[in-house]
Ligand binder design. Structure first.
Ligand SMILES: [Zn+2]
Length: 239
């Protein structure tokens, strides 16, 4: 079985040489193609045990046309691979920066990317209503699940992860990797946003909360129990 013809985009993504237009096409293609999703997950697993593989932040950034501010030193997800890294560090080409990234051992973080005009900007402060948002996370606080949503000035709630497109469904918080390395969420999502301040929140928790349960908590103004929550405000400008 040769698989879907668009696997070439997955290969290009993981090699860090994908064109921005192909990266966007890949992100639009993944939700509808089980073959490419399986292949993507396989490559992701391989990348997590390969100390030469590009880190998630660099891969996403390159694919979406973002120049990383500094070289990302990929650290393996599995303790098993740690011994290999020590060896690889010595023989890694001198042109690469070997400055280790702080692991942020206990922190859970969400990085937001504003996707527009074939590029992606990390940690935006302003976006247009037509822009998509993509995300990567780092689960340093060792939680099992993640919710990503946004709240606008009129208290509308927009769901990014899990996606919630059908009113009759009640999807639950997505499962996440617990290794503390950066991981990308594979969809860039556009929501019908209006101008004004948009609070983008990530809730890392062990509970498999549904979107309806989460909305009850949000509307009651309560904190999420035993969860690590991060929030960023992005200004939505224009129509
Ligand atoms: Zn495909």
């Amino acid at each position: 079985m040769s698989g879907c013809g668009n696997r070439k985009w997955v290969d290009a993504h993981f090699s860090g040489r994908i064109a921005a237009s192909d990266e966007l096409a890949l992100r639009q293609h993944l939700p509808s193609c089980a073959d490419c999703r399986r292949y993507y997950d396989l490559r992701l697993t391989l990348a997590s045990i390969d100390p030469w593989a590009l880190g998630a932040v660099e891969r996403i950034g390159r694919g979406l046309g973002v120049k990383p501010r500094r070289n990302w030193l990929p650290l393996p997800a599995l303790a098993l691979a740690t011994a290999c890294v020590a060896v690889f560090l010595w023989i890694r080409p001198a042109s690469h920066t070997l400055e280790p990234q702080p692991r942020g051992a206990a922190t859970c973080e969400l990085t937001i990317y504003r996707v527009h005009a074939g590029s992606a900007e990390p940690s935006p402060t302003v976006m247009a209503p037509t822009d998509e948002l993509a995300f990567s996370y780092r689960n340093g606080c060792q939680k099992k699940r993640l919710l990503v949503f946004a709240i606008d000035e009129a208290q509308h709630i927009f769901w990014y992860h899990p996606g919630w497109v059908n009113e009759s469904e009640n999807p639950t918080a997505i499962g996440i990797a617990s290794d503390g390395s950066p991981h990308e969420l594979t969809a860039a999502v556009r929501q019908p946003l209006e101008a004004g301040a948009l609070k983008i929140r990530a809730v890392f928790s062990n509970e498999e909360l549904s979107v309806r349960q989460a909305e009850e908590i949000i509307r009651a103004g309560k904190p999420f129990a035993e969860a690590a929550t991060s929030e960023r405000v992005v200004e939505v400008r224009g129509k």
